[in-house]
Design a protein around this ligand. Sequence first.
Ligand SMILES: [Zn+2]
Ligand SMILES: [Zn+2]
Length: 426
Amino acid sequence: MAGYWEAVKKNFTGGDAFDRSAKELHKSFMKEMNYMAEDDTYIPKLSSMDMKYNFLLQKNREAEYGVGVKSRCITDERSYTGVSALMGSDKRYVTRIPVTACRFEKEYFSGNKRIKRERYGGTISSYVVFAQTQDPGASYCCPNCGDINKVSQLLEQGCRSCRTKFMMPDLYPRITYYYSQEEKPYHKTTPLPFVLLGILSAVIFFFLYSSKQLEIGFEYYFALMVTAVCGIVFGYIFYALGMIFLVILDGIRSSSRCSAYNKTKRELPGFMQNYDPFFAVDFFAGKVNSLLKTLIFTDNYKNCSVYEKDGDNPYKDIVDVDYQGAIGLNNAVSDGRYVYIDVDVYARTAFMHGRRLKHRDEVFNMKLCRSVNVHDDCNASVHNIECRSCGASFNAVREKNCPYCRSAYNLRDYDWIVTDFERKTG
Ligand SMILES: [Zn+2]
Ligand SMILES: [Zn+2]
């Protein structure tokens, strides 16, 4: 795997300034996430604008069902934080993926009552993105009226004088997405239930068939004992085979995801280089992950700027999504004006089934589209948003239609949008 040895070396030597900084930001982000579990109104400050928006959408969805999802990652002094082998090609953005081994605790509440608690060990990874040439404290001249604003002011509220809204890159460094991976606790599964079941079935078998042919006596008890021992052995063999079967099944499942993502990493950058010299596949995966959450947690697509379709959201039962760290490329084409990318996104969802909460591994198919003229360049893409019909300025990243004259804004000329979205399995 490309980059593997570099990652090993980085972890051995401590890496460069970005690695060290990314690890610190990652730790702070985990603290912020834990803080969010205590305080419902808190949104992690280190998250990107898209992530902040998705946290809000998810909180609204939870409120609709009267449920609450509280996730915590618990670390101690021995928890190791390293940087992972998966790293995007460094252009103007620098991406680092710190990963920490920790224990997870996820609690689901209905009102004040806890309805489910999951605890497992695993790792949490986050994508820490730096922009090499951006200064978040810098001032920026409003291209519309010339007033000097802080970059953060322009990004979050629009120009302080003329109220013009702008589409621009985030303020970096930011966490653009995160995902957790569960370590399957096979070694913790005890063989005891299998052995007991083995003994039980052996003894039942004994009483049904063999006992009638034997007189009560030494031979009878000896045969019973031998049958019971056989039960233990068979129970244990059954346990061992079952575990092997589970491990193999899990391996096949995760390797199909892994190979799908490897294929994406091999093929997508080559295709995209023709249109965007700054394209980085990890950055794109972050975008896909954030679009996934937006599409799942937006109640009605009518005014959803990132989705071309209209109508009601069919995924309203979902209250929580865990991205599984992989996207799989199906197809990538261009008609000269737009690029069209078709990907599968692997996720684990928690959904409401009546009053009950359930989990499911799911694959969502997403078709994306963006103008060939857009580049993932963190400085060059500041531009104001103006309605083509009435000239009003509004937040077109979140709203599809101009709030003044209702005409639609074509976001695909400026950013990735989704043309089609559906559940593939589940
Ligand atoms: Zn202005
Ligand atoms: Zn308008």
